[in-house]
Ligand binder design. Sequence first.
Ligand SMILES: [Zn+2]
Length: 411
Amino acid sequence: MWALQAVRLPSGAVVDVTVDGDRIARIGSGTSFGVALAEDCTGKLLLPAYIDSHVHLDKVLIRDELQEHDGTLAGAIGAIHERKRGYTVHDVCERARTVIEASVRSGTTRLRSHVDVDTIGGLTPLEGVLAAAAECSDIAEVRTIAFPQEGVLRDPGAYDLMEAALEVGADLVGGMPHWEVDEAAQREHVRLCFDLAERFDRDIDMHVDETDDGSIRTLEMVADETLQRGYYGRVVAGHVCSLSAADDVYAERVIEKCARAGITIAANPVTNLVLQGRGDRGLIRRGTTRIAELRAAGVNVIFGQDCVKDGFYPFGRGDMLEVTLISAHAAHLTTRADLAFALQAVTEAPARCWRLEDYGLKPGARADLQLLPVPSWEDALRLQPPPEKVWFRGRLVAENQVESVVYRRRA
Ligand SMILES: [Zn+2]
């Protein structure tokens, strides 16, 4: 048993937090009395460890080996093909492990990775990420999504591979309906993915409408299918950029359906800020979905890292504090309530779509925690410090020390 004394919570409350085994035992003022292993944390902030619920661990860190392209989503997908053909399990595993470790150092202990499942790379990307997940199981929990990056109908054979992926260990069913050639094929793509999810009793996490084209409307297909099949709370739709380009009346109708279906929206502003709006002049759109309207409608909204130095995005370091700061800029999040919402988007909101009951700062929750050298969440966002300590299942798994000195000339 060990304790953190006089630590600040995001609410501003100053409490003691006692951990017993892998669980939080007690939270409250003076509740660590008698605990021998206790650390004074005056002036420091305690957060639950982040959840990065939208990342592509199979593709991370390949950027230096790719041809330059036009910077669009389509350009990036094409540029990766050759590299993907050359993947080995070892190569994918090494890169994924590097980013999992970086994520843990930055305070993330749960990750959900999309993994390409298609006829170019077969199951090699999945095998690589599963190997990294197993290797890192002492520091983080990694779940995987069988993601048909090249389409299902557009890539004959991909559907069988998705089935095989679920059999060998992928946790969720992915999808990318807007990538199909026409509306009928998009609808069929959605239907097939739900069939697979139902058959294997898995949740669904799809890439949906990652385009500036407001006439692309597969989010509504996903919402309709979710309602029809009673998949409430089990579906995540990622990106949904085209919702911003659709007219307001249509968008309101779809947002209402998403709320009713319990769909989580993975708005990933970090990548969409650079991928979308490339055809615009003058007022260049941000490319993000209708984050404020989704929030106002009570839809569960999360922010993910999505990409780390891959064909889509040259930056990224598995740091959800950085992701949240960029997302706050993209979505006009500046008030205290806005910043609290931003924190939710990388903690409680992904926990909800993972359907975790033991997440957060409460007695009985799994002790996945991080201690930051600042007194408040607002200052954490502003100053971007790495966490001093990170715990996974109650065990210390990372420490960061930053030292900087200013040398003044004194008279
Ligand atoms: Zn993605």
